[in-house]
Design a protein around this ligand. Structure first.
Ligand code: NOJ
Length: 568
């Protein structure tokens, strides 16, 4: 089938279902809740929805631990509810993609329940089982097959007495890694894809897809490596391209669908191996993490002040690195990161910095994703106690910090800065009890506490204010979709050395756009390059009234942003 590459004109909205909207009044988001909000989502101008996992799951990692790939979590509804949402999205001109989590399953997935029961059953080889380095259970002095770390929970191996063997889990213990080298596992992945594509979904976001192939010998890693030992033996593993090409040829090519792979810490050069357009193309885009590390070292848990130059460098490297050869996925928030205004912007200048942040990525080349609540400027929450966190990775980060002697209060501070919990508080729809998130009479306890600022920051309040961040997102998305240069144009950056201004242009013959964003609460001076005669440009978007320029220059007010359009 000829691929239309419709995703290049798309703007996606990400729903993390547990916290989006509760339709039935039990305090947990669900599909009937989503159905009620489809008009709202469409009103943003977005043309696609990405659902974080909706499948039955014990929720150890909020759905990224799937127990059954062919159904819907009963807390969220039924397959019929899902079909209603799918049809409702399509009727409103929005595509819908599912999260495909196949690096691992839940330990409560029937495949694993059988696999762990014995060494001799149809699923015995579906997961990565190995004998211990020293035989026996840990109590008997048995030791794991190698020294790899789990990214979430201590060592990467868990002992199973029924088999007197260990299974690999790169994430939590409740997330055993599938053995993708087993052809039956790959055939099952293909079935899962077909099942959802045949139902009408438009593609997949593929969870940690670069991890699915492990070096079969599973060698020990350097023992002195401080963290993530083992990663070099499974990130871009030996057969990952072979497997992704199989999925494409056997399944995806038959559908007009798109895929975006999560690819932690990938470089643009590596990304081209997956995404370069051509007959060998495996994925349509990848989510990189590089620009999300501008206020921390390696992970959110090693914080430092936000460095705009690093943010710009990362974005620019991807714009020019993929250029015409592949397509970017653009985002500044998702369910794995604290809220962007609290990180890279300013809670004091919440609306202004939210708008500047929006402009810093919405006009780049690629497909933008907007995370629920980002469009109204939701901010980080405040946890009183470490125990109030509900996130498995936070829990384990804290445990790790405690073992190296970090104090309780320092850990709590880190949780309040870096935890994934911040992105997972319920969506703030109104100032009413339950923030309009809780359905029914609104009195049920929400599954996770609502941010205490919901009376000020909510959709209803934003709808009443023509200058709200929400209104700005709508305008920016409409503008983006109207201008061919945003899809086609070349990327060019100005003032690279500036610590306070991000300025870039998108250029094609006949149409150019100049975007200038301030990232400081001080005044900062911008003078346009002479090819950009501001007097001849149309100022299409700005977050302040009375935006002037004199002698082709102006002072940007705190977090001011401007978008100029030049048409020749
Ligand atoms: C990436 C997902 O985005 C994250 O939420 C999850 O915890 C891990 N992959 C493991 O599935």
């Amino acid at each position: 089938m000829d691929r239309t590459r419709w995703y290049k004109d798309a703007v996606f909205y990400q729903i993390w279902p547990r916290s989006f909207c509760d339709g039935n009044g039990d305090g947990i988001g669900d599909l009937q809740g989503v159905l009620q909000k489809l008009d709202y989502i469409a009103s943003l101008g977005v043309t696609g929805i990405w659902f974080s996992p909706l499948y039955p799951s014990p929720q150890a990692d909020f759905g990224y631990d799937i127990a059954n790939y062919y159904d819907i979590n009963p807390e969220y509804g039924t397959l019929d509810d899902f079909k209603q949402v799918l049809d409702g999205a399509h009727e409103r001109g929005m595509r819908l993609i599912m999260d495909l989590v196949v690096n691992h399953t839940s330990d409560e997935c029937d495949w694993f329940v059988q696999s762990r029961a014995s060494k001799d059953n149809p699923y015995a080889d579906w997961y990565i089982w190995r004998d211990g380095k020293t035989p026996g259970s840990p109590d008997e002095g048995g030791t794991p097959p190698n020294n790899w770390d789990s990214l979430f929970e201590g060592g990467a191996w868990e002992y199973e007495p029924n088999r007197d063997q260990w299974y690999l889990h790169i994430f939590a213990k409740k997330q055993p890694d599938l053995n993708m080298d087993n052809p039956a596992v790959r055939a099952e992945v293909e079935n899962i894809m077909r099942f959802w594509l045949d139902m009408g979904v438009d593609g997949f976001r593929e969870d940690v897809i670069t991890y699915i192939s492990k070096v079969p010998e599973l060698p020990n890693d350097n023992p002195l490596k401080p963290a993530a030992r083992g990663m070099r033996f499974y990130d871009h593993g030996p057969r990952v391209h072979e497997y992704l090409q199989q999925f494409r040829q056997n399944v995806l090519n038959a559908y007009d669908c798109m895929t975006v792979g999560e690819a932690p810490m990938i470089s643009p050069a590596k990304a081209l191996e997956y995404c370069a357009e051509g007959p060998q193309q495996e994925l349509d885009m990848v989510f990189t993490f590089e620009h999300m590390l501008a206020d921390c070292l390696f992970t959110d848990w090693l914080p430092r002040p936000f460095d705009l130059r690093q943010y710009k460098r990362a974005l620019g490297r991807w714009q020019t690195g993929l250029a015409e050869d592949a397509w970017n996925a653009l985002y500044i928030e998702n369910h794995d990161h604290p809220r962007i205004i609290s990180r890279y912007g300013s809670e004091e200048y919440r609306e202004e910095s939210g708008k500047s942040l929006a402009c810093s990525y919405l006009f780049l080349r690629g497909t933008p994703f907007v995370y629920q609540g980002q469009e109204i400027g939701m901010t980080n929450t405040h946890l009183e106690r470490i125990e109030d966190s509900v996130d498995v990775s936070t829990f384990n980060q804290v445990r790790r910090l405690q073992t190296i002697g970090v104090s309780e209060s320092a850990c709590l501070q880190l949780v309040n800065r870096a935890s994934r919990d911040h992105a997972r508080t319920p969506m703030q729809w109104s100032a009413r009890q339950g923030a309009g998130f809780v359905g029914g009479d609104g009195t049920a306890e929400p599954w996770f506490p609502i941010n205490s600022n919901f009376q000020d920051i909510n959709v209803e309040a934003a709808e009443d204010d023509p200058n709200s961040l929400l209104a700005f997102y709508r305008e920016a998305i409409v503008l983006r979709r109207r201008l061919p240069v945003i899809r086609e144009g070349r990327y060019r950056e100005f003032k690279r050395q500036s610590h306070t201004i991000f300025a870039y242009a998108r250029e094609m013959p006949g149409q150019r756009v100049l975007v200038v964003c301030s990232f400081t609460d001080k005044l900062s001076f911008f003078s346009a390059a002479k090819e950009y005669d501001l007097a001849k440009g149309e100022l299409c978007l700005c977050n302040y009234e009375d935006a002037h320029a004199e002698d082709n220059a102006f002072f940007l007010r705190p977090y001011e942003c401007r978008v100029y359009l030049f048409e020749e």
